[in-house]
Design a protein around this ligand. Structure first.
Ligand code: IVH
Length: 724
């Protein structure tokens, strides 16, 4: 990870990704003038982008920052009354990896709602955790029609790992499955057994029993593993959680037993009443007695909200002493019979809630500020810190985001700064401890020239750019990104090899990578014949990744995976896209209208006008066209692999509202089908609505639709309309 390396900008892993460029999210197209709707759309795009990056194994922001985005999204979506069908938080993501058998969960593996120290009320004041828990409990008591004081709650640690379902038959572990998308997960039985992560046997447990728990990598074992990796010349893993997920998705897991992955268990899914268990606390004791790893000494059962909050706070304070990461506590209604009476949502049950800890913060000295040049030339200031132990790892670099932020925080070399490592990935400088500022410090000057190639910098909004596409640092970032898993996924073409192909083999653009021959690569230091052949084979495989990945790999500003998908699914092939770009740049009215809000068919929905200006002019530039021509000549697939839009004439341009529970699909899925067919989906019923699709327990929206005399369909009606 970046923090473990010597501060040397050229070698350093990028701390801030340009795909996360906030400008890519400004001015989204929404038919609303309300800023809150704009913000909601921004958040949705941001969340989707980071979910993809995370799944691709390239997280760009810490988990806790992601959680904050998600929390803000949820709060705003609640405030705006966004319909479930439209909400991101109503559909779980997926951890599926190709080649793993998928297994349907007998009971869906859902998420938990959160209490968070980051929550603010409408006046911007922090909402105390006590108040948040109280509020949650009051609602649960009302739902159960019980007295609040009679509800005992159990608080237990929330270990930060990956959730797993474990099936034991007559005490023998027979199946381990990941959460997947909540409904279906990947079978990782071989991996869990090879890692010795969960007990292969539990005693005195007849019949078939499904347990749920968390797989995690204890810090000490993780650090040991990383030290071995580094000693063998490999790059260290980012953090225990991602590392654990990676090992559990190894197709050949033999030999991972020494890594030290562990598991702790927290739930008995199969009919606890059959086993005469009536409470969560009893379940935990029952499991422990059978040899299951359970953290009983960190559990409290109580009816007092203040006692529970104090317990959670105290657990948070002690977490640095543990050998594993806990990111909060889980508070559960103790009586299991009540769980069945609480309906919950498709996203989370109502019998439990996560209590998230505030991120850890430490003070340290800022040794230096360096400037990193990103793949499209963006300059990012980076804090070089006196190493400090944070959330279990040593941190020596942190992002300062941009020069406006740097000036706002007035961070100076020599300052003592507070550093936060909210998740386990990218540390942030939160603020300066002004009282400790030494004499003689000066504000950090805004660079006027690129620190690497000396070109005069270009300012665009709050960012500074090196405008020289041949800047060596930009070039290596671009090639590295092109080869990364997020883009063309060229196995074996890592940072070190990228540097060598630039310096020794004269590669100057991504398409030139495909001209490389095994004999050339084999001559490079530390490259054998076999590894050279492997890289050539990986390049060959990468040729078929399709238009979306190529577009991502071109590192065009404002084109992250989401935008690339939108473009690929609309234009299908590069030529059509390039023709469009030329028309757009020349001001062709029809082309511009396709992007402009409230006009055209809105198919480029989500693409902000300002982003579109940059994207299409870059696509139209000679440099990008040359690269694309080179890629085409090398035989790289430049058309879309994604399922095409299947327009259905009756649906094109029609406005749908979805409400209630549909029998065989989620509202999210229905929404996708409608959009794919050319329709639009909105959260609220109005005279403009063409169809209301109503499932079971449809509420006020159905009533309103009936009042307005709108066409109401059930799922079968919708399917018929879709021609299914
Ligand atoms: S109960 C509906 N108990 O946290 C899911 N989960 O945010 C209820 N986790 O997916 C799970 N420790 O992966 C529960 N003591 C604990 C937990 C725990 C960690 C994870 C689990 C779950 C996620 C929910």
């Amino acid at each position: 990870m970046a923090s473990a390396r010597k501060p040397k900008p050229r070698d350093a892993a990028p701390i801030v990704s340009e795909a996360d460029d906030p400008r890519a999210r400004s001015e989204p197209i929404v038919g609303e003038s309300d800023d809150r709707h704009v913000r909601l759309a921004e958040l949705a795009r941001e969340i989707e982008h980071h979910e993809r990056a995370y799944r691709a194994g390239n997280p760009e922001i810490p988990d806790a920052v992601f959680d904050d985005l998600f929390d803000e999204y949820q709060a705003l979506a609640d405030e705006l009354g966004v319909d479930d069908a439209e909400r991101l938080d109503q559909r779980p993501g997926s951890d599926h990896v190709e080649g793993f058998e998928q297994v349907t969960h007998a009971v869906p593996m859902l998420s938990l709602e959160k209490l968070s120290t980051a929550r603010r009320d409408s006046a911007g004041n922090a909402v105390p955790m006590f108040e948040q828990l109280n509020h949650w409990l009051t609602r649960r008591a009302a739902e159960l029609e019980l007295d609040r004081g009679s509800l005992a709650l159990t608080a237990e640690p929330k270990v930060d790992g990956i959730s797993v379902s474990l099936t034991y038959k007559d005490g023998k572990l027979t199946r381990a499955v990941t959460r997947g998308d909540g409904r279906r997960g990947d079978d990782i039985t071989r991996q869990v057994l090879a890692a010795g992560a969960a007990p292969a046997r539990l005693t005195d447990l007849p019949g078939e029993v499904e347990l749920r728990g968390e797989l995690y990598w204890p810090r000490s074992a993780f650090e040991r593993y990383n030290a071995e990796l580094v000693a063998s010349g490999a790059a260290p893993l980012m953090n225990p959680r991602n590392g654990c997920a990676g090992l559990m998705k190894r197709k050949e897991p033999e030999g991972i037993g020494s890594a030290g992955i562990r598991c702790f268990m927290y739930q008995l899914v199969s009919q606890p009443s059959k086993l005469k268990l009536t409470s969560q606390a009893e379940v935990l004791r029952f499991l422990q007695a059978r040899g299951a790893p359970v953290y009983l000494d960190s559990v409290l059962t109580s009816t007092s909200v203040s006692e529970l909050v104090q317990f959670c706070e105290a657990s948070g304070e002690r977490r640095a002493e543990l050998d594993y990461d806990i990111d909060g506590m889980v508070i559960k209604i103790d009586a299991l019979n009540l769980h069945e009476r609480l309906t919950g949502t498709g996203h989370h049950p109502h019998w439990g809630i996560a209590y998230k800890f505030a991120p850890e913060r430490r003070a340290t000295r800022l040794r230096d500020i360096t400037v990193q040049v990103g793949k499209s030339g963006k300059l990012t200031p980076v804090a070089e810190l006196e190493p400090v132990k944070l959330a279990g790892t040593l941190v020596s670099r942190a992002s300062l985001h941009n020069f406006v932020e740097l000036a706002r925080k007035d961070v100076r070399v020599g300052d003592t700064v507070l550093v936060e490592k909210a998740g386990e990935i990218i540390p942030q400088v939160v603020s300066v401890v002004l009282e400790e500022r030494p004499e003689g410090t000066a504000p950090f000057p805004r660079p006027e020239r690129c620190p690497r190639c000396e070109s005069e910098v270009l300012a665009e909004e709050i960012f500074l750019y090196c405008p020289n596409p041949s800047c060596p640092e930009q070039l290596s970032e671009r090639l590295r990104f092109f080869a990364s898993r997020q883009a063309m996924d060229i196995d074996g073409l890592g940072a070190a090899l990228v540097e060598q192909v630039i310096e020794k083999l004269g590669v100057r653009s991504p398409d030139a990578l495909f001209q490389l021959r095994a004999e050339q690569l084999a001559q490079l230091p530390r490259m054998g014949k076999k590894s050279a052949e492997n890289v050539i084979a990986a390049l060959e495989r990468a040729k078929g990744r399709g238009l979306t990945r190529v577009l991502v790999g071109l590192a065009i500003r404002h084109v992250g995976t989401t935008t690339a998908e939108v473009l690929a699914s609309y234009f299908h092939d590069m030529n059509t896209l390039l023709e469009f770009a030329a028309r757009y740049v020349s001001g062709d009215e029809a082309a511009v209208q396709l992007v402009a809000p409230d006009k055209g068919s809105g198919v480029l929905e989500g693409l902000a006008r300002r982003s579109a200006d940059v994207i299409f002019s870059e696509l139209n530039s000679q440099g990008v066209r040359d690269v694309i021509r080179g890629l085409a000549q090398a035989g790289v697939l430049l058309s879309s692999l994604e399922e095409e839009r299947r327009e259905v004439a009756e649906l094109v341009g029609k406005l749908f509202v979805l409400t209630g529970t549909l029998p065989s699909m989620t509202r999210g899925e229905a929404s996708l089908l409608i959009k794919r067919a050319g329709g639009k989906v909105s959260g609220s019923v109005s005279k403009k609505t063409d169809y209301v699709v109503a499932g079971e327990e449809a509420g006020s929206k159905l009533t309103k639709a009936q009042e307005l005399g709108l066409t109401v369909l059930d799922e079968a009606g919708l399917r018929a309309l879709l021609g299914e």
